[in-house]
Write a protein of this length. Sequence first.
Length: 550
Amino acid sequence: MSAPAALGVAALLLLNVLLTLGNLWPTPWPRPQATVSPELLLVLLAACAWTAWRGALRPGALRLLAGLSLLWVAARYLDVTVEAVFGRPLNPYWDGRHLMSVLRLAGWSGAAVAAAVLALLAAAALLYLLSARCWRAVTRGLLVPATARRRLAAVALLLMAVWLAPVAGWLPEGAKAVQDALFARPVAPAMARQARLLAAQLWPGAGVAALSPGPSFAGQRLDGLRGADVLLVFAESYGVCTFDDAWQRAALAPARERLRGALQAGGRGVVSTRVRSPTFGGASWLAHAALLTGVDTRDPGDYERLLASDRPSLVSLFREQGWRTVTWMPGLQRPWPEGAFYGFDRIAGAQGIGYAGLPLGPWRIPDPAAMALLDRQELQRPTEGRKPRFAVFPTLASHAPFRPLPPFDGDWARLATGAAYTPAQIDAALAQPADWSRARPAYVEAIAATFDWLGSYLAGSAPRAMLTIVVGDHQPWAAVSGEGASWDVPVHVISSDAALLARFEALGFTRGIDAAAPTTGAAASPAMDGLTAVLLAAFDGRPIATLPRP
């Protein structure tokens, strides 16, 4: 083999490596794979045909190929890395809007962001130059000599036939496994999907008519609650990985046992199930909207269309039937005009819940202190003549990066004051920095801390008749939940009303604090938006058998 041909083969192999990069899970680093890029085969065939017809590729064509290679490598990296690390595909519109918030949460300063941008620009420039040199070497060594070009075209055609064979039905279905092992996942479908997602956000078009039907709120009754307060806790990043992952389940067993004992001491029972969240690793608001309205919000565009509609919700239902509706959001640090859709009587963000204690971490207000303030301001007011409460409380402690965690000693009276935490306690919590490379232990600690303060509250000062519903909003990001983890989350219903819990059992919940066993196929966990109809049936005072099945 001549020197130009050998150099051309080496350049072609390097281009293939760049276009087939995988992910070194659970890190953001790329990993070379021994696979073939289908797009590279198509470009090679086109280049062979062009050089046979018009001669060597001109400098402008080489620059175009280098630019397309840069775009394809970047798209490939984002496609495989985002899905591997966060457990869900990239959404350029929504993920781009929240990129800076994620970087601030990770502790990146403005200087660090600027340095990262410069590094990315330098890497892009180097990758472009490398791609240009590779294509120049491929042209000189493999495309211009007629013999080499014909051989290259024959190999490319053969590989394309192998790639297309299962799709065209030329080979048995089992051949799909061979295709998956030999060829990298094409980037073009992922790029087309991103373009459709972006277009759907910028030009919504279909409007609210595209939303899923949702449950019927008309004629719905809440007699089964007997006028009790209802506390709906969205437990941040509380996923079924805490049950399905053997290490996490064992690590959390003592905390679950403490919670079980606290509920028993408070005279409360618990039933549980699991549902499929509309989101994974983030975008909690999609899960909140799905449960509160019963509308499928897996598409973030549907969330936006939902807010532009006049759909009813659990909030509007409770409000119409005499409950005071409150959303308690200590993590809300800016105006939330979207909240007007739900019609809460009170929207209490970080500035509105009355926290006067020392700040802790990026979220500033620890969950136990937020719960103590909710209890004092809304739930412990004199019961004589007051409206029952429907309160929605999204927690914060188990939000990535899962630290810092506040100390908790069960002194609920002190937690509701400006002396909730001492400077020494805050300093001790901040002394345990977040470690994104070892997130699982910190995540388990955060979930255990949530169990501890929730159990303490329900065993002590919580209103005796209050119904508490704990729902995980989504699984934690994939570095914690595991590669290929499901989108399921646990649901726990806690009450001292045995008859009410029996209604939930009749609707498919199981007694105890363990989520139901994982299911697959036709028996897969129901979607979170389907849980809304189950709640409505449980809240209704009429016999379950007389109601339409959710």
